[in-house]
Design a protein around this ligand. Structure first.
Ligand SMILES: NC(=O)C1=CN([C@@H]2O[C@H](COP(=O)(O)OP(=O)(O)OC[C@H]3O[C@@H](n4cnc5c(N)ncnc54)[C@H](O)[C@@H]3O)[C@@H](O)[C@H]2O)C=CC1
Ligand SMILES: CC(=O)C(=O)O
Ligand SMILES: [Mg+2]
Length: 563
C-alpha cells in the first residue's frame, strides 16, 4: 500500500471527528468508518465520492455573486474539510487561485474580522509575549515544517490591516499545499499582533485584533527576537517565510535572521526570482542580452530592491563588473530617482543609487526631482517594473515613452491586488501597439491579439515560493540561499512557453503551477546540493525525495485508535 493510502489511526469519533478539518471527510466517510466512528445519523445516508463532493462544492461556489462570498465559502470549506478544499483547489487552480489568493485575499484581509469563525494558525500578540513557548508547544503543531508569518503592516498594496493580515499567511500556505504539495498538517500560518495604526480597525467594534497602536522600536524588535527564538527552540529545522512586512522591517529582519535559521522573505527574494525569471524569458523574445538591459524600477522598497539585487547578480554572472551592472539600474521612489547624495536612503537602497553626474540635466518636469517619465526619456530603459502599490503610475506618456525607445518594451506592473496595478495590460497593449511584453502581479482578463485571446502572464511570487518550500524541505537544507532564488529564476525561464515560440507566453499558465513548483523545487534542491547543504542526499535521490514529499489531496482510510 502506498504512503498516501496507508490507514491512519484516530481516537476521535462522532461530532469531534467531523469537527476536525484534517480528518473530516463529510459525506465521504465509508459505511465501515460510519460504523467504527459512530457517524450514522450525523451524516446523510449517501456515501459520496471525493469527485462528487468537488462537484457539489463548485456548484455552491459558482452560485455566489461576489468573489468575497466565494472567498468566505472556500475559507469555511478549508476549516471544515481540508482534503476536499485542496482537492477542489488543485483541480481548478485557474478559477480558484484569484479567490484564495490575490486579488480576493486582499478583501479577505480587509473583512477578516467580519468573516472570522474558526481558529486557523496562531495569533501571537505582544500582551501574551511571555507565553510563546507554551502556545507553540501544543501537540497539534508537532509536525510543523513550514511557517508563513506576517505582522500585517504591508498587506499587498493595501497597507496596515492589523490582525486581518492573517489572511495572507493562510492564503500563501494554501499555495504551499495546493501548488507545492506540502501536507497541510505540516504548515502553520502565524500573525504577530503588534497592534495596528489602521484607524478603521481600531474604531471597528468587531475588530478581532489587539486594539493598540502598532508597537515599534526596541519593543517590536524584542518581540520578534522572542518569536524567532521560540520557533527555533520548538522546530529547529523549520522553514520560516516572512510575508508582507513593511519596508522598515522586511529586509532588516531578513538580514538579521537569515543565518540563524532556514528562512527567507518572499516579498524580497521570491518576487526577485519571479521577476528575474520572467525577464530571462523575455530576453528569449526580445533578443536584447542581459548585459545590455537597462532596468527602471518604480517603488524602491522591499520588492523593488530585492528584484534589482537578483537581476544585478545575473548581470554580473553574465560578465558585467559590479559598477557596470549598478549603472544599469534606475530606482524611482516617492522623491524621484534614487541618487547618491539623497537624504534618507534606506541601507538596502544604497547599492542601487545613480551617480549625480550621470543624471545631470534629466529633470524635465518638477525641478526638485527626477520623475519616472524623466527616467524613461533619458535612461531609455529596456525594462520597467512597478512595485509601488501606486495604481496607474505607469501613465500613458510613460508607457508610450517605453514604446518609443524599445521595439519590444518589457513592462511589469507587479503591484497587488488588481486595484493597485501600475497599469492595466489592456492600456499597455494599446499604448505600445501590442509590442510590449507584459507581466502583472494579479490576474487580468486576456488580451485580444490578432483576433485571438492572449493570456496575460502573472508575474507573481506564487510561481516561486511553493517550489522553494518543497525543494528546501525535501532535501533538509538548513539555510535558504540567494543561489536558490537564482536557480528558481532560471528554472522558471526554462519553463517559459516562449522559449519554443516567441509568440507564446513568457510564463506557463496558473493551471500549471503544480508542475512549475516541481521544476522550481528540483532547481532549488540541486542548488542546496551544490551548496553542500543537502545532507546525505545524492543527486539521483533528489527527484525521489521531491516525489515522496508531494501530498496529493485524497482521503486516507481511518481506523479507530485504542485508547
Ligand atoms: N507580483 C508580486 O509577486 C509581488 C508584488 N508585490 C507588490 O509590490 C508592492 C510593493 O511591495 P513592497 O516592495 O514589499 O512594499 P514597500 O513598502 O517595501 O515598497 C514600496 C515602495 O514604493 C514606494 N512608493 C509608494 N508610492 C509611490 C509613488 N507614488 N511614487 C514612487 N514610489 C512610491 C514606497 O515609498 C516604497 O519604497 C505591493 O503592492 C505588493 O503587493 C510585492 C511582492 C510580490
Ligand atoms: C504577491 C505578494 O507577495 C505581495 O503582493 O505581497
Ligand atoms: Mg507578499
Amino acid at each position: 500500500m502506498s504512503e498516501a493510502t496507508a490507514p491512519m489511526a484516530t481516537a476521535l469519533s462522532g461530532y469531534e471527528l467531523l469537527a476536525d478539518p484534517q480528518l473530516n471527510k463529510g459525506t465521504a466517510f465509508s459505511e465501515a468508518e460510519r460504523d467504527a466512528f459512530h457517524l450514522h445519523g450525523l451524516l446523510p445516508p449517501h456515501v459520496s465520492t471525493l469527485d462528487e463532493q468537488i462537484s457539489r462544492a463548485l456548484q455552491s461556489l459558482r452560485q455566489f455573486e461576489t468573489d468575497l462570498e466565494r472567498y468566505a465559502f472556500l475559507r469555511e470549506l478549508q476549516d471544515t474539510n481540508e482534503t476536499l478544499f485542496y482537492a477542489t483547489l488543485v483541480a481548478n487552480l485557474e478559477e480558484l487561485l484569484p479567490i484564495v489568493y490575490t486579488p480576493t485575499v486582499g478583501a479577505g484581509c480587509q473583512q477578516f474580522s467580519r468573516l472570522y469563525h474558526k481558529p486557523r494558525g496562531l495569533f501571537l500578540s505582544i500582551p501574551h509575549r511571555s507565553r510563546l513557548d507554551q502556545i507553540l508547544a501544543h501537540p497539534r503543531f508537532d509536525g510543523v515544517e513550514a511557517i508563513v508569518v506576517t505582522d500585517g503592516e504591508r498587506i499587498l498594496g493595501l497597507g496596515d490591516q492589523g490582525a486581518g493580515g492573517m489572511g495572507i499567511p493562510i492564503g500563501k500556505l494554501a499555495l504551499y499545499s495546493g501548488c507545492g504539495g506540502l501536507h497541510p498538517a505540516t504548515t502553520l500560518p502565524i500573525l504577530l499582533d503588534v497592534g495596528t495604526d489602521n484607524a478603521e480597525c481600531l474604531a471597528d467594534p468587531l475588530y478581532v485584533g489587539w486594539r493598540h497602536a502598532r508597537v515599534r522600536g526596541q519593543e517590536y524588535d524584542d518581540f520578534i527576537e522572542a518569536f524567532v527564538s521560540a520557533v527555533i527552540r520548538r522546530w529547529p529545522r523549520v522553514l520560516l517565510q516572512w510575508e508582507d512586512f513593511a519596508k522598515t522591517n522586511a529586509t532588516r529582519l531578513l538580514e538579521l535572521y537569515r543565518d540563524r535559521l532556514c528562512t527567507f522573505n518572499d516579498d524580497v527574494q521570491g518576487t526577485a526570482a519571479v521577476a528575474t525569471g520572467t525577464l530571462l524569458a523575455a530576453i528569449n523574445v526580445t533578443g536584447v542580452p542581459l548585459v545590455e538591459q537597462r532596468v527602471a524600477v518604480f517603488g524602491a522598497g522591499s520588492a523593488g530592491c530585492g528584484i534589482a539585487r537578483l537581476i544585478h547578480t545575473a548581470m554580473c554572472d553574465a560578465g558585467l563588473s559590479e559598477s557596470e551592472a549598478t549603472a544599469r539600474f534606475f530606482m524611482v521612489d516617492r522623491d524621484g530617482l534614487l541618487i547618491e547624495d539623497m537624504p534618507g536612503l534606506a541601507p538596502f537602497q544604497i547599492p542601487f543609487v545613480q551617480k549625480r553626474p550621470a543624471v545631470d540635466g534629466w529633470t524635465l518636469g518638477r525641478p526638485d526631482r527626477i520623475e519616472l517619465l524623466d527616467v524613461v526619456r533619458n535612461a531609455r530603459p529596456t525594462v520597467l517594473i512597478g512595485v509601488s502599490g501606486e495604481a496607474g503610475a505607469f501613465s500613458e506618456p510613460v508607457v508610450r515613452a517605453m514604446a518609443q525607445c524599445n521595439e519590444r518594451p518589457v513592462i511589469f506592473p507587479l503591484s497587488n491586488p488588481t486595484s493597485r496595478a501600475e497599469a492595466t495590460p489592456a492600456d499597455i497593449e494599446v499604448w505600445t501597439d501590442g509590442r510590449a511584453l507584459v507581466g502583472v502581479g494579479s490576474p487580468f482578463p486576456p488580451l485580444l491579439r490578432d483576433g485571438a485571446r492572449f493570456r496575460v502572464d502573472q508575474t507573481n511570487n506564487s510561481y516561486v515560493f511553493p517550489g522553494v518550500g518543497l525543494g528546501v524541505l525535501a532535501v533538509g537544507a538548513s539555510r535558504v540561499t540567494d543561489g536558490m532564488f537564482m536557480a528558481a529564476a532560471k528554472a522558471l525561464a526554462d519553463a517559459s512557453p516562449a522559449r519554443d515560440n516567441p509568440r507564446h507566453n513568457l510564463l506557463p499558465p496558473v493551471s500549471a503551477l503544480r508542475e512549475v513548483a516541481a521544476q522550481v523545487a528540483l532547481a532549488v534542491a540541486m542548488q542546496a546540493h551544490r551548496d553542500g547543504d543537502a545532507p546525505d542526499v545524492a543527486v539521483d535521490q533528489i527527484q525521489q525525495r521531491l516525489r515522496a514529499k508531494v501530498w496529493t489531496p485524497r482521503y486516507v482510510p481511518l481506523t479507530a485508535k485504542e485508547t
